[in-house]
Design a protein around this ligand. Structure first.
Ligand code: PMP
Length: 398
């Protein structure tokens, strides 16, 4: 039955993780894997999460099924975090939200919804974008187009080219995927002014924005990171938002996220939400409970919430401090390359501007593991490895 099958190549990032794990060099540095790490190189459970879990252990009284859309009270948590508590979209009931298995589950359901509900479904994604976006959209039968995004010359956004391409080729009814903040893989975000310009264009052309919010709180702040998304939602009548709680609650393996649909009227949003329910049912029937119960418990307990907000700030500040240290130490090492752009990037990831040859030399000669694209996980840097890392980069870059 399976004789005709041959193995497909594995995910290069997973291969990188295994290569790092098997490397006996005591000085090895892992900047590949996409999870937050503390200064000891660990991905700890947040204190607020541990406390919420203790409460749940006492209070949980059933393991019966949740509904298709998850716990009904969880929708308010998703909406308040994304849009802010007093947003009129929430008050007018123009937004409906489902609890999903991670941001990935949300994206798959959103893609199926687009594929089944919109004529000639096409989605525009940034070049580059998160590696899993393309397989998810492809599997839902969407046709995919890319818009220019990252500029290797300036290490910034190719904003003029982005707008030129979209203006020339995007058609009314097409979907446009935008990263809310902390763009993965580049770390390069749109400025607020650029969000405003994209929003005006999306309104004028009649596009459907699909915003992927996987790193809320990791850029400039929980509210600050949603400024572009909130502006867009205040202007554009229809929108899909996929969010992940994996990073900001550190609950990666619990698989917790949300899919929100916003429409012009409450009735339209409710209709779209019912079709989203069909896509959920056909994919995984119902989401897992635990992660959302943890997030809900934290967000509804003022003390736990305050502790969580502090813990997110600590993760964000550590990453942003590391960015500054990296830039300063690389500048002090007299390398000829200017790395100051790393300071302006946001989130865990940084397109470092290192070439594939330089990345391979760092891997083979120094046991420093960076993705072939040059994407580094800044959170993998520690007080113990930063000097070793900067010396190695300076030697390899020259
Ligand atoms: N979107 C982006 C841009 C991501 O980087 C990730 C996670 N790496 C996700 C979505 C999916 O997150 P989750 O692990 O919650 O499925």
């Amino acid at each position: 039955m399976f004789k005709h099958l041959s193995a497909v190549p594995g995910d290069p990032l997973l291969a990188l993780i295994i290569a790092h794990r098997n490397d006996p060099n005591p000085n090895k540095v892992d900047l590949g894997v996409g999870v937050y790490k503390d200064d000891n190189g660990n991905t700890p459970i947040l204190n607020s999460v541990k406390k919420a879990e203790a409460i749940l252990l006492q209070q949980e009284d059933s393991k019966s099924y949740l509904g298709i859309n998850g716990a009904p009270e969880f929708a308010a948590v998703i909406q308040e975090l994304l849009l802010g508590k007093d947003n009129t979209i929430i008050k007018d009931k123009r937004i409906f939200s489902a609890q999903t298995p991670g941001g990935t589950g949300a994206l798959k359901v959103a893609a199926d919804f687009i594929g089944s509900s919109l004529p000639n479904p096409k989605i525009w994604v940034s070049d580059p974008t998160w590696g899993n976006h393309l397989p998810i959209f492809r599997s839902a039968g969407l046709s995919i187009e890319t818009y220019p995004y990252y500029d290797p010359e300036t290490n910034g956004v190719r904003f003029d080219d982005m707008m030129k391409t979209l203006k020339a080729d995007a058609k009314a009814g097409d979907t446009i995927l935008l990263h809310a903040c902390c763009h993965n893989p580049t770390g390069v975000d749109l400025s607020f002014e650029q969000w405003q310009e994209v929003t005006s264009f999306v309104a004028e052309r009649g596009l459907l924005p699909l915003v992927d919010a996987a790193y809320q709180g990791f850029g400039d702040g929980l509210d600050e990171d949603m400024a572009g998304l909130r502006h867009m939602a205040s202007i554009i009548p229809n929108m899909l938002i996929c969010n992940s709680f994996s990073k900001n609650f550190g609950i990666y393996r619990e698989r917790c996220g949300g899919l929100s649909v916003i429409a012009e009227t409450s009735e339209e949003a409710s209709n779209a939400y019912s079709i989203i329910g069909l896509a959920i049912r056909a994919n995984y029937s119902m989401p897992p409970a635990h992660g959302a119960a943890v997030v809900y418990t934290i967000m509804n307990d003022p003390e736990l919430k305050a502790e969580w907000v502090e813990e997110v700030s600590a993760m964000r500040n550590r990453i942003n401090t590391l960015r500054n240290q990296l830039v300063e130490k690389l500048a002090a090492s007299n390398t000829k390359k200017d790395f100051s752009f790393i300071r302006a990037q946001r989130g865990m990831f940084s397109y470092s501007g290192l070439t594939v040859d330089q990345v391979h030399t760092l891997r083979n000669d120094y046991s420093i593991y960076i993705a072939d694209t040059g994407r580094m996980n800044v959170a993998g840097i520690t007080d113990n490895n930063i000097d070793y890392l900067c010396d190695a980069i300076a030697t390899v870059v020259g």
